[in-house]
Design a protein around this ligand. Structure first.
Ligand SMILES: [Zn+2]
Length: 310
């Protein structure tokens, strides 16, 4: 009798374990949240410690060095695309896009994931008129996207996905004054070069992340993204829903000229994930204390889970 009871108990516990094993969400493909939260936050802290990172500044140079170093460690291949921007009749500014390539396990056309690493050279939205010409820290605007992109590089090195992934760190997104036309410089340059190549080599999808570090994260659907990449946008929001993330809002809000726009114009499905409800946008108050690792990690997870299924 005792023997039978023991066997019964053994079977009972065994079946409970099996049920628990199978019911764990996405067992086998879960992301180590502790590790990658730390990785991403460390990158953001490091970038902010460099100071403002507008083209030509010391912080900009240090950012380039950091990105190059991490690329060497984690990417299958690192490419550089230097270009010169004429800023007036007599002067110009050197800029460069950096690209990490991951070849993927199955091949096919690549997914391009991009973020701008430059920060704005002046705080033109600051409430203090004396500060309007000072360069911003750009913890969220420039920093958060770059930190997540570097985190993705580390992750892909350990967990390759089927398609090739090209991580592009765009320069000069935030360079010029309003209406100067000197915006989206790196992505425009990249798109122009791409336009000269045969279409078979164009990205399968372009995904831009920008300003995703806000503590109060709200990512609405952006108009161009919906128009040109609705299937991909649906996938992202489905993943976010499954993860129970309230920060991804189903409503469409804002039409934004971000680094996805030059690609959207070429007819490539292009998406931007951005939280544009950020009171510190283009002010000196866009600092580390306004950012949250939970926000950044949630975007990182959604992106990684989405591209795993493509
Ligand atoms: Zn900006």
């Amino acid at each position: 009798m005792r023997q039978v009871e023991r066997v019964r108990n053994f079977i009972l516990v065994g079946s409970l374990l099996v049920v628990l094993f199978w019911s764990l969400p996405s067992f086998g493909s879960s992301i180590d949240s502790k590790k990658y939260s730390r990785v991403i936050w460390n990158y953001l802290e490091t970038l902010c410690a460099f100071g403002p990172r507008n083209p030509g500044s010391e912080g900009y140079q240090a950012s380039l060095d950091l990105i190059r170093r991490e690329g060497k460690k984690y990417a299958d291949q690192v490419l550089e695309y230097p270009f010169l921007v004429r800023t007036s009749t007599s002067s110009s500014q050197e800029m460069v896009n950096l690209e990490f390539r991951f070849h993927g396990t199955k091949g096919g056309t690549p997914i391009l994931i991009g973020a701008h690493f430059d920060t704005r050279p002046f705080a033109d939205e600051d409430s203090n008129p004396e500060k309007l010409l000072e360069p911003i820290m750009g913890a969220n605007d420039g920093g958060s996207g770059t930190a997540v992109l570097l985190g993705i590089a580390q992750y892909l090195n350990q967990h390759p996905v089927a398609r090739p992934v090209h991580l592009v760190f765009f320069d000069g997104e935030d360079f010029g004054a309003k209406d100067s036309g000197l915006r989206l410089l790196g992505s425009t340059y990249y798109a122009q070069k791409l336009a000269q190549e045969e279409k078979a080599k164009w990205p399968y999808w372009v995904l831009i992340i920008d300003m995703i570090g806000d503590k109060d994260l709200q990512i609405f659907k952006e108009s161009y993204s919906l128009k040109g990449s609705s299937i991909f946008l649906d996938k992202i929001y489905q993943v976010a829903r499954e993860m129970g993330l309230k920060s991804f809002k189903e409503k469409v809000k804002y039409t934004i000229y971000d680094d996805h726009y030059p690609f959207h114009r070429m007819g490539i499905p292009s998406t931007v994930l951005i939280d544009f409800d950020y009171p510190y946008w283009h002010t000196l108050a866009d600092t580390l204390d306004k950012c949250s690792v939970e926000s950044m990690f949630s975007v990182f997870s959604v992106v990684m889970k989405t591209i795993k299924g493509l």
